[in-house]
Design a protein around this ligand. Structure first.
Ligand SMILES: Nc1ncnc2c1ncn2[C@@H]1O[C@H](COP(=O)(O)OP(=O)(O)OP(=O)(O)O)[C@@H](O)[C@H]1O
Length: 252
């Protein structure tokens, strides 16, 4: 459903051209969870901005459901690293907005938002304002908003990067269980190999300077998954192999 074909992007800094992305081909099928992992500064955020239509491509095309969306906005649900909830609305209203965008009337949207918040363990915060939420809770609400919004593809940009290690572990397991019951197409950017292996159906490994796809890994674990995977031999072999790919000359 999402197809990136030969995507390339360069920036000019102080008169010098820096090629950031070169000839990137990535596909995300309906209901598939794909992660992008790459060295810091390899251009993952730039790639998301291109998919979201926030800047023009230099080369290539981006297609979504048979439509060329290169340079066009509004086709994806985006979950940023820091939740951007509206501070003047309650948690319930923040979630309801996504449902209203998807066509529900306000009363229905509020009712469904309440039910969703119950389902994901945040029922007691439904009437609270976002400042009452911890970082992990804010990201749950942010994820829920992306999940319920009308766009079919979710882009998750390092969604747990700002959380402490323990909260991050809980959030990964939480996201896994919610997503496995409500499969949407997801493209996730992460620096964490464990996170990519736990959550994804496929992992795209990027090099840097310029970023190209250096490997595609089909993650062989059945679903539903649990964090017990972390102790399996194959998980650790794959982890080591991705780590070595990221360390290889030309990767970073
Ligand atoms: N608007 C811009 N103008 C000039 N250079 C830019 C611009 N945006 C990004 N860059 C450069 O492109 C490169 C890739 O940046 P980007 O933020 O996409 O990487 P990233 O992989 O998301 O980084 P990180 O993993 O550290 O978040 C960097 O060298 C950055 O300096």
């Amino acid at each position: 459903m999402l197809e990136l074909k030969g995507v390339g992007k360069s920036f000019v800094n102080s008169g010098t051209v820096h090629e950031v992305l070169r000839d990137i081909d990535i596909t995300v099928h309906d209901g598939e969870f794909v992660s992008i992992i790459g060295p810091s500064g390899s251009g993952k955020t730039t790639l998301f901005q291109l998919i979201g239509g926030l800047m023009p491509l230099d080369t290539g095309e981006i297609w979504l459901d048979g439509q060329n969306i290169s340079g066009k906005r509004g086709h994806i649900a985006y979950m940023p690293q820091q939740a951007s909830l509206l501070p003047w609305y309650t948690v319930k209203r923040n979630v309801a907005l996504a449902l209203q965008l998807a066509g529900a009337d306000k009363k229905d949207a509020l009712q469904q938002a309440e039910q969703w918040l119950e389902r994901v363990g945040l029922g007691e915060y439904s009437a609270a304002y976002p400042y009452k939420l911890s970082g992990g809770m804010s990201q749950r609400v942010s994820f829920l908003r992306a999940l319920l919004s009308p766009q079919k593809l979710m882009l998750l940009d390092e969604p747990f990067g700002a959380l402490d290690a323990l909260t991050r572990l809980h959030m990964q397991q939480w996201l896994l269980s919610i997503w496995e019951q409500n499969r949407r197409s997801v493209l996730l950017v992460t620096h964490s190999i464990d996170e990519a292996l736990l959550l994804s159906d496929r992992i795209m490994v990027l090099s840097s300077h310029p970023a190209t796809v250096i490997n595609e890994i089909i993650v062989p674990f059945d679903r539903p998954r649990s964090s017990e995977l972390w102790s399996s031999a194959i998980f650790n072999e794959l982890k080591q192999s991705i780590y070595e790919q990221l360390q290889a000359p030309g990767a970073g």
